[in-house]
Ligand binder design. Sequence first.
Ligand SMILES: Cc1ncc(COP(=O)(O)O)c(C=O)c1O
Length: 420
Amino acid sequence: MSETPEAAVASLAVVLGSHFMAETAIHQKSFLSSRVAHFTESVIREMTRQAMLHGAVNLSQGFPDFPAPAEVKLAAQEAIAADVNQYAITWGAKNLRNAIARQMQMWQGIQVDPEREITVCCGSTETMISALLAACNAGDEVVIFEPFYENYGPDAILSGAKPRFVKLRPSATPDGEWTFDERELRAQFHPHTKAIIVNTPNNPTGKVFTRGELELIRDLCVEFNVLAITDEIYEHILYDGTHHISMAALDGMRERTITINGLSKTYSVTGWRVGWAVAPPAITDAIRKVHDFLTVGAPAPLQQAGAAALALPASYYQGLAEGYRRRRDRLIPVLEEVGFRCFRPRGAYYVMTDITAFGFESDLEFTKYLVKEVGVAAVPGSSFYRNARDGARQVRFAFCKRDETLDAAAERLRKLQIRK
Ligand SMILES: Cc1ncc(COP(=O)(O)O)c(C=O)c1O
């Protein structure tokens, strides 16, 4: 049956209409993923670039400016000379995994199967995103304490999850210990909560979570069937007699914890990019798949050096913590002398400060002035919070630096004027 002229016109209009819509869609198509629009570039890394631009002393990004242990560097050189230059096993060189398992047993009393429960990745940064991609579905929620290490929010978003935040607040005591409110934490746990990220010792606050606090988190994880993803990369950097407790060591948590750690901070090799996850076999399987397709494997010769690093004697770790305690106690009095209120860190190598006394509009304005006019780079507090205003009176300094660097910073900081 032939088409009437009206019907022909109508179907032509439909064809042209859909063609027009397709054309419009083609022209309006963005080359950018909307996921990426939900977060900004790292402010910490930007501050390092600013420090280089202005010739400032860099107390922003957390990397040491002193040498790594000689025996660890030698192990890397020997591995390259011995042609350990091809892909390592995707989930990590066997001797490194064995060394990690040995350490977990020695330091935390946790028994780990290196064949089924460890994945070596490119730094704990890749480990965290691999863990979240392995665990999360769209619509899941991930609880994050704030102030938080900058990567966690974007990591959660990239994995399709929604971050939910719980405040750490400094107490009014002179040292300003950071604590959280139990009711606020409970209020963030829901049926859709998939995981909580716990970073202890903590960046940026220097908080070391106590056994009581971890048990409280544990009880919520068990009640709501939630996974704990713990970032323990400052495990050996502790002060004032504090102890690091791994969440996986608590009763009921071994089967629901992904423990993340790495070489960067403990052995002063942040540029090597070697980290790892320890998790029960089924979770490890999922993390290994994500890691395989993201990066294939971590740098092979540096994994050999990692195995050598993890064999260093206990005295190495005592020296590491003592060295950082000395640096902390070198920088904090200077900061206090010139007008900062310091929240005394109990672990990791940062000090969060309150800048109210300087009378600046915001942390951003203050850090801009500091890097350009004073010649010291620090990180604006707002980059550690979801709402910039929550960090507008805070600035973080890293003290993982040589005495000369800290002294050069001190000399410049003494030029700071408190605005009355
Ligand atoms: C809490 C925390 N996690 C992870 C990282 C990055 O570690 P990695 O070098 O192993 O990727 C940092 C670096 O500053 C950090 O502070």
